[in-house]
Design a protein around this ligand. Structure first.
Ligand code: SF4
Length: 419
């Protein structure tokens, strides 16, 4: 395996900075799921994540008040001797993004969502590039399959290439501002085939352009348990085996510290050894997933023999070769999550396990949830205040459903459609 050569992006400054790029080990990261306004809980979670080996920690910043909360979180972590670089996760608001340089070490944005008028989104991204440049703040351009935006889908369609082209436009702006050395890109999707195709396309496009920035690789809304781990593993392994990927996140609808063993397994298997590798209880399962997954994803094999039938079926479904049960999309949750996501996801899975040929999404918030469940046939999306909106594909069909009734109503909706 030869790594795709990339620029090296320093996140943070001084001895505690982390470098993402092809001449460094794969960086393992995760994200808090505590409300950012609960500074004490977020600090405690960051401490646990840092102790468990997270090299970068992302925290959602949904409001301007949360910029101040992030400053407090950072200060309290440093008082406790924790200097892990912090990544601010921003959606839609360029004002919030503009307030973060100097507080966050890296800002994750999708510039296309800064404004519905594309030219205005470009102006705001140009301003952000200048502000980040003044502080040396790194930027992740994070494009998700489900939230490409009308400008991109009308121009290029809703394809892996469209995701790569969307990223290239923002990268060109960073190059024009001479700030490419601080840019990382991600192109996430919950569909493993779409996700792998998008990163491959972007790798090709950047190599043709002659500017290759590091890639943050992950499957979004992968779910939980063995299914979520295997889905992430087959897709991330396929790319890492081709030398694509410099930092990874294994998104699980579980406590974020649970993501780290699988992420470390992948970082170790395909990268340079890390100094602090945690215990990896799922090593045997991941060995099988990483042996067969990339071959299935590449189409060099169509099936494989495995003594463990349920592991075989999980891997086949993760690679989208055969579907044995409903396909679940569940966001990992973050500070925006509006209900008991993990418990609800389990209840939805138990109630819908008997359906076939159906994709069901369980999303933590209405702000991003409905946009990001790109492939779902049905969606369960938290509104807040104990209420839920149920979707049939992109259309909200039942709004303001009390949580206590929502799973039952979702099942009734699917059953009615299947008649
Ligand atoms: S969809 Fe889930 S992970 Fe994404 S912002 Fe909403 S709660 Fe957070």
């Amino acid at each position: 395996m030869s790594k795709m050569e990339t620029l090296n992006v320093q996140v943070g400054s001084g001895e505690h900075s982390v470098v993402i790029g092809s001449s460094h080990p794969i960086v393992v990261q995760t994200m808090c799921n505590t409300p950012t306004g609960d500074v004490a809980a977020t600090v405690e979670q960051c401490v646990r994540l840092s102790d468990a080996g997270a090299e970068l920690i992302r925290i959602t910043v949904p409001t301007l008040q949360d910029v101040e909360n992030l400053r407090q979180i950072r200060k309290q972590l440093q008082e406790r001797g924790i200097f892990r670089p912090l990544v601010a996760d921003v959606h839609f608001s360029s004002d919030i993004a503009m307030a973060l340089p100097g507080i966050a070490d890296k800002i994750r944005i999708n510039p296309g969502n800064f404004h519905p008028v594309h030219e205005k989104a470009r102006e705001r991204f140009a301003a952000l590039l200048e502000k980040c440049k003044a502080y040396g703040t790194a930027i992740r351009i994070g494009i998700n399959h489900g939230s490409l935006g009308a400008y991109i889908t009308e121009k290029y369609g809703n394809t892996p290439e469209a995701m790569a082209l969307a990223a290239m436009e923002w990268l060109e702006m960073a190059i024009a501002a001479d700030y490419q050395s601080k840019i990382v890109i991600s192109l996430k999707a919950s569909n493993t085939v779409v996700m792998v195709g998008a990163y491959r396309a972007l790798g090709r496009m950047m190599q043709e352009r002659g500017v290759v920035v590091p890639l943050h690789v992950g499957v979004t809304e992968a779910g939980n348990g063995d299914t979520g781990r295997i889905k992430s593993a087959v897709a991330i392994a396929t790319l890492l085996e081709e030398g694509i990927g410099n930092t990874i996140r294994v998104s699980l609808t579980e406590p974020p510290e649970n993501e780290l063993p699988t992420a470390y397994y992948l970082a170790e298997r395909y990268g340079l050894p890390h100094a602090e590798v945690p215990e990896i209880p799922e090593r045997e399962m991941l060995d099988v997933a990483c042996k067969w997954g990339p071959q299935l994803m590449n189409g060099t094999i169509q099936d494989f023999d495995c003594a463990d039938a349920s592991l075989h079926d999980e891997i086949m479904q993760a690679c989208r070769k055969k579907f044995y049960k409903p396909e679940y999309i569940a966001c990992p949750g973050c500070g925006r999550t509006l209900y008991d996501l993990q418990g609800t996801f389990e209840r939805v899975k138990a109630a819908t396990a008997g359906f076939q040929d159906v994709v069901i999404a369980v999303m933590g918030c209405i702000v991003n949830g409905h946009g990001e469940m790109a492939d779902a046939d049905y969606g369960y999306v938290g509104e807040g205040r104990g209420l839920v909106t149920l979707y049939r594909r992109r259309t909200p069909v039942l709004r303001h459903v009390p949580e206590a009734e929502a799973v039952e109503k979702l099942v009734a909706l699917i059953r009615e459609d299947k008649k």
